[in-house]
Design a protein around this ligand. Structure first.
Ligand code: NDP
Length: 296
């Protein structure tokens, strides 16, 4: 079997089309949705992500502001910027790019973000709402994964989804979203992590496998049940002297071999990444609609 490739940009385009209509409606009422991104430090993957976000906003007619701060920024300075964004009427949603430098308490910063403007959906209020099935903002990457599955004809309903990774930004929320009692979810979910015993045999039970590990080509073909759907969240920079920049991005899945076993698979790049960006835009539009008293 050779897998169908689930192309992130194609699925993202469908969602962009829906967003354009909403944005036009908002603009008709004199509202331009606004998204701000705060980045502390110079992590290359984060910088790339921030650039992609700005590009995504521009394409859809969303006002975008990138606030790039030196790694030496103090926690108090960052909290002051969060307060300003909370109060800024031009900004409907914003996020502080994680991870933050060690001297800044990530939880303190997340707690300070107004839950109504929490474009990443990481504030405990929004995490709680997601878990009880009454979400306001869903975290962008996990929500994008759900959309990819449903829109590519791989509805997770009734399937066994094996998630590898239990981070607060991917593994845990994707499990929470896919186990909800609702359309486009209703999956039976297993979550694996670094302390999981016999990981390979658990992954092999998955009708759907979501890899969010951060380890290049960790998931190999022998770990995949024939016909499974494989979603690769991993974004790992590996050296490649043959590449123009001297490096390239690879996923957590051994794509070349796994695609011979799976029924559908997402590539890296061109898979989950573009979905993350568009779901963030969606959260910004939802926030702008709420602020304008409009149905989102
Ligand atoms: P984290 O490092 O926060 O979490 C990694 C998870 O993988 C942890 O739960 C860890 O287990 C688990 N893990 C690590 N090693 C193993 C192992 N040997 N066996 C089993 N489990 C293991 O990463 P993130 O969740 O933030 O990100 C994961 C990947 O996804 C990264 O490559 C990141 O760059 C990418 N990413 C991509 C996005 C996109 O838009 N495409 C968005 C967000 C992330 P434990 O908890 O026990 O330590």
């Amino acid at each position: 079997m050779v897998a169908t490739i689930i192309h992130g940009p194609e699925v993202a385009e469908q969602i962009k089309k829906e967003l354009r209509e909403k944005i036009a409606e908002l603009k008709g009422r004199g509202v331009t949705p606004g998204l701000a991104v705060v980045l502390v430090g110079e992590d290359p993957a984060s910088q790339q992500y921030v650039r992609n976000k700005a590009k995504g906003c521009e394409e859809l007619g969303i006002y975008s502001r990138s606030i790039i701060l030196p790694v030496s920024t103090s926690e108090d300075e960052l909290l002051r910027i969060v307060d300003e964004l909370n109060a800024d009427p031009a900004i409907h949603g914003f996020l502080v790019q994680l991870p933050l430098p060690k001297h800044i308490d990530e939880n303190k910063v997340l707690m300070r973000i107004d839950p109504e403007k929490d474009a990443d959906g990481f504030h405990p209020v929004n995490v709680g709402r997601m878990l009880i099935g009454n979400p306001q903002f869903l975290p962008a990457t996990p929500h994008g994964i759900q959309e990819m599955l449903v829109r590519s004809g791989n509805d997770p309903e009734g399937k066994h989804v094996v998630v590898v990774g239990r981070s607060n930004i991917v593994g845990k929320p994707v499990a929470a979203i896919l186990m909800q009692k609702r359309k486009g979810a209703n999956a039976t979910v297993t979550v694996c992590h670094s302390r999981t015993r016999d990981l390979a045999s658990l992954v092999r039970m998955g009708d759907v496998v979501v890899a969010a590990i951060g380890s290049p080509r960790f998931i190999t073909a022998d770990m995949i049940k024939p016909g499974a759907v494989v979603i690769d969240v991993g974004t790992n920079r590996v050296d490649d002297p043959a590449a123009k920049r001297g490096y390239r991005w690879v996923g957590d899945v051994d794509f070349e071999n796994v695609k011979e076993v799976a029924s559908a698979i997402t590539p890296v790049p061109g898979g989950v990444g573009p979905m993350t960006i568009v779901m963030l835009m969606k959260n910004t539009v939802i926030a702008a609609c709420r602020a304008a008293g409009m149905h989102s």
